[in-house]
Design a protein around this ligand. Structure first.
Ligand code: 4NP
Length: 165
């Protein structure tokens, strides 16, 4: 899926948004940054994550989210929750939210705002379900969605940044 043109040629800023910023968008943040580093794009693409709610601001990731990431070889330790800022759609190149409720909270779809899973290569257009009130399976499911979707986003970023035709 094609991404919007970067506001500044040669670099790209992606904001990942969920409700609490302790489960889904932090997992997506860690995985996407890891994939960007593997692709050599970490110096050109800036990723942030945030929650539309402010309850967990300053807190580390949910321990179940962190454990799921650690088991899969990622480092969840640097995350601290922050709250989404309504001015970001004007500053970021792309705002990707986890579910339809998040989409409504950020003011709806635009050319730069959409669902993270719009880029899911297996099953595009769905939600990343909130695992907060469920069991460990929910976190594994989120990780699988986030890994395959992050791979597709990196490919799309390579194209948006002119790495590919
Ligand atoms: P997240 O999950 O949006 O994936 O971070 C949640 C975390 C906390 C809450 C809701 C969702 N909460 O209501 O505290």
């Amino acid at each position: 899926m094609r991404l919007p043109e970067p506001r500044t040629p040669g670099s790209y800023r992606v904001a990942l948004v969920c409700l609490g910023n302790i489960c889904r968008s932090p997992m997506a943040h860690v995985v996407l940054e890891s994939r960007l580093a593997e692709a050599g794009l970490d110096d050109r693409v800036e990723v942030s994550s945030s929650g539309t709610g402010g309850w967990h601001v300053g807190n580390p990731m949910d321990r179940r989210a962190a454990a799921t990431l650690s088991s899969a070889g990622y480092d969840p330790s640097r995350h601290r929750a922050q709250q989404y800022d309504a001015t970001w759609p004007e500053a970021y190149d792309l705002v990707l939210v986890m579910d339809e409720s998040n989409l409504a909270d950020v003011g709806g779809r635009t050319d730069r705002i959409g669902l993270f899973r719009d880029h899911d290569p297996e099953d595009p257009g769905g939600e990343v379900p909130d695992p907060y009130y469920g069991g460990a399976d929910g976190f594994e499911e989120v990780l699988a969605m986030v890994e395959r979707t992050s791979d597709a986003i990196v490919t799309a970023l390579e194209r948006a940044l002119g790495r590919h035709a």
